[in-house]
Design a protein around this ligand. Structure first.
Ligand code: DC
Length: 229
């Protein structure tokens, strides 16, 4: 049996379902790449703020997209996100960027510009792709598709934990923000959040991160690595 085959795992689902933590760990365990497509939308949102570009200004947005440089860099156990030369790892995780990234991700020219970058990131290496449309649009031919879900309150508590050092955030407001984002991400015209027909759903509400990772790794072994010599 050979583990050298190039394979793609997609992980989609709403915010707070545990995608990024799980993807990062599974990638480390399997020794494959981790592609955080949400961070790419967050970088575009961050760059519009930096450059003072209104989302209705298609010309300005189009120029920004032509010039944007997004890189991921491993630094010990951390994955740094660099946008136009700045380390934006923390700056893209604020409630303001949460909202702006959701708005940015509904714009067709933004999705069109990011799609080739997302595909290129997994061209040479096996990878796990964290997104909303990874299994439906970016990699419809993926070897394994996972759809992670969790109860709204569980997701809000996780998000609160992530943003605990920021002022003025409480459970109710986080739940409301997530509810709105779920609605926006699922109802937008372009590549809405949707489970691929052939994706396997894992409800993470009552599972630990390790349990979720274990399930995915078992699926990789039974459905991919043990299938191809
Ligand atoms: O996963 P995240 O919270 O970092 O994603 C940020 C925003 O980008 C979120 O509103 C959904 C959107 N997104 C998307 O539309 N398509 C993707 N493949 C990934 C994220």
């Amino acid at each position: 049996m050979s583990n050298a085959r190039h394979y793609i795992i997609t992980v989609d689902g709403p915010s707070g379902s545990g995608k990024s933590t799980v993807c990062r760990r599974v990638a480390a365990r399997l020794g494959i790449g981790y592609i955080d497509t949400g961070a790419m939308y967050r970088c575009v949102a961050w760059a519009t703020l930096q450059q003072g570009i209104d989302l209705d200004d298609r010309k300005g947005l189009s120029r920004l997209l032509d010039e944007i440089d997004i890189r991921f860099q491993a630094a010990g156990t951390e994955n740094l996100v660099l946008c136009n030369g700045s380390d934006v790892t923390r700056a893209i995780r604020t409630p303001e960027i949460d909202r702006l990234a959701s708005a940015v991700s509904a714009i067709d020219i933004v999705r069109q510009a990011l799609l080739p970058l997302q595909r290129a990131a997994a061209r040479n290496n096996s990878a796990i792709i964290d997104g909303r449309d990874a299994g439906t649009v970016i990699f419809p031919e993926a070897d394994l598709k996972i759809f992670l879900t969790a109860d709204l309150e569980v997701r809000a508590r996780r998000r609160l934990q992530d943003q605990k050092d920021q002022d003025g955030i409480d459970l109710e407001s986080v739940m409301e923000a997530i509810r709105k984002r779920d609605r926006d991400d699922s109802s937008r015209a372009h590549a809405p959040l949707k489970k691929a027909a052939d994706a396997i759903t894992i409800d993470t509400s009552k599972l630990s991160i390790d349990e979720v990772c274990e399930r995915i790794i078992n699926l990789v072994h039974t459905r991919i690595l043990n299938q191809h010599d």
